[in-house]
Design a protein around this ligand. Structure first.
Ligand code: NAI
Ligand code: MG
Length: 497
């Protein structure tokens, strides 16, 4: 890759081209191998940092530090103490939000308008977990055992958690792992994605500043097949919380078998977004476009199968394509930018391959010139938003997760047929539906096999509302009170009186 050919490097204290170390046991340390890798800005090719490249022996050190913290100082933190630390971290993240959102934008390309807009949810998540920290408790349960016994349950932290996250929303993914750790009293070894490791490292520093004891939050960047695989297989890890592709999710399930560690998996999807002729089309058009084009399609719950009732199909699909064509594409640091680049050369090649596949499969392509290289775009991985019309359920572009700004638009006539087709996927993360008919809305909300159903909106999120998949989109919830249960064991205690 080349250095930025245009403009000047964006000054950022944490992305100044310097060297970033692993964070283990509260210390910034080199990888034992001395290896390093580069993280670059996918809009410009500019090198942001060289990063210590963690491997199996560094994962060993980090797991040991996490175990020592779990059994040591952290175990003496009362719920109030963990709450205080979480509230302080929320405060620090709020105060440093511009820095953190800019780091996400530089490292993975998302528009700054998008990363900045996450403030309320990200800070709100940390405050929400702070509330939960003092709300975790077992139950006293009446029993009918012979003799007199008192029985009750204790909720205990599962222990050392390994978290492995992707590159599409580094700050959000990191907070979704660190938050429940601090709420429950677990400890963490977090392996960020090699494409965008910087925000997690910075957040690790802020956690220390917030008063989190050394070793509670360890950040070990490295390659998936090396550091990630070592973490997933590690006998000293009690649970893995993974976000990413379903194929890597399957590898993690296999790797976890050695010590039967607990797992939660937030994987991808091919989510249906269903538009009826009776919907408010003025809001359905832009929302259906952004249900996929947002973050250049690099969103796990993107509504990539756009089912449209046949009577409005041609008009609706043309309007979605026109909306996409009018989006401003460019460097995410430009406040006017609506779509940034894809994260990497590899992701670019993958999306271009699917554009070719869709054309070969005979879908009708509306707009979408493929890779964009004019002017400043030449230095990044930019792809035009694309709508494929007249897509058949059997086409690969209707079945496989593309993870780019590509919509597969499919006509439908009949409700029963629609439900069957919407569910005819191994995935089940999200679903959208657009109608003014409350009966249809309720019927479909029940019939769709997916973890989140959005009616007359798409991808709305809140710290208090659980999010997570059905089927091959994974298991376990993030956000909501269910989230902390993923990090707790239930112990039953019996006392003969
Ligand atoms: P990935 O799922 O392989 O990577 C996610 C994380 O897992 C990264 O931190 C990576 O280093 C780690 N990892 C990779 N192999 C591992 C292994 N064997 N053991 C443990 N950890 C491992 O996804 P990748 O390669 O970045 O993207 C490929 C495709 O996956 C994308 O085109 C997209 O379709 C899908 N994807 C879906 C995501 C989602 O949220 N639904 C997120 C990222 C990717
Ligand atoms: Mg990067």
């Amino acid at each position: 890759m080349r250095e930025a050919m245009h403009g000047s490097a964006i000054p950022h204290p944490f992305a100044d081209g310097g060297y970033k170390k692993l964070l283990i046991g509260g210390e910034a340390v080199d990888a034992l191998s001395g290896q390093r890798f580069e993280s670059r800005n996918p809009a410009t090719g500019q090198r942001l940092a060289t990063v210590a490249e963690g491997a199996a022996e560094d994962i060993d050190r980090a797991v040991a530090a996490a175990r020592a913290a779990f059994e040591g100082p952290w175990s003496r933190f009362k719920p109030f103490d963990r709450q205080r630390v979480l509230l302080t971290l929320a405060e620090l993240v709020d105060r440093h939000f511009d820095e953190l959102s800019t780091l996400d934008t530089l490292d993975m390309g998302a528009p700054i308008s998008r990363t900045r807009a996450g403030r309320q949810r990200i800070v709100g998540l940390l405050r929400y977990y702070a509330g939960l920290a003092t709300s975790i408790h077992g139950e006293t349960i009446p029993n009918s055992a012979p003799g007199d016994h008192l029985s009750f349950t204790l909720k205990e932290p599962v222990g050392v958690v390994g978290a492995i996250i992707p590159w599409n929303a580094p700050l959000s993914s990191s907070v979704w792992k660190i938050g429940p750790i601090l709420a429950t009293g677990c400890t963490l070894v977090l392996k960020p994605a090699e494409q965008a490791p910087l925000t997690a490292l910075r957040l690790g520093e802020l956690a220390l500043e917030a008063g989190v004891p050394a070793g509670v939050v360890n950040i070990v960047p490295g390659l998936g097949g090396v550091a990630g695989a070592a973490l997933a297989a590690h006998p000293g890890v009690d649970k893995i919380a993974f976000t990413g592709s379903h194929t890597t999710g399957q590898a993690i399930v296999r790797a976890s078998a050695g010590n039967l560690k607990r797992l939660s998996l937030e994987l991808g999807g091919k989510s249906p977004n269903i538009v009826f002729a009776d919907a408010d089309l003025d809001s359905a058009v832009p929302a259906s476009a952004m249900a996929v084009f947002a973050n250049s399609g690099q969103v796990c719950s993107a509504g990539t199968r756009l089912f449209v009732e046949r009577t409005i199909y041609d008009r609706f699909v043309a309007e979605v394509a026109a909306f996409g064509a009018a989006l401003r594409i460019g460097d995410g640091m430009d406040p006017e930018t609506q779509l940034g680049p894809l994260v990497s050369q590899q992701q670019l090649e993958r999306v271009i391959r699917y554009l070719d596949i869709g054309t070969q499969e005979g879908a009708r392509r509306l707009g979408g010139e493929g890779r964009l290289t004019q002017g400043a775009l030449a230095d990044g991985y930019f792809v035009a938003p694309t709508v494929f019309a007249d897509v058949d359920d059997g086409m690969r572009i209707a079945k496989e997760e593309i993870f780019g700004p590509v919509i597969s638009a499919i006509p439908f006539d009949d409700m029963d047929d629609l439900v069957r087709r919407a569910n005819a996927t191994p995935f089940g993360l999200g679903a959208g539906l657009w109608t003014r008919d409350i009966g249809k809305a309720h019927r479909l909300a029940g019939a769709v096999r997916a973890g989140s159903v959005w009616i007359n909106s798409y991808q709305t999120m809140d710290p208090a509302v659980p999010f997570g998949g059905y089927k091959m989109s994974g298991y376990g919830k993030e956000s909501g009170t269910q989230h902390v249960d993923e990090y707790l064991n239930t112990k039953a205690v019996w006392i003969r009186i």
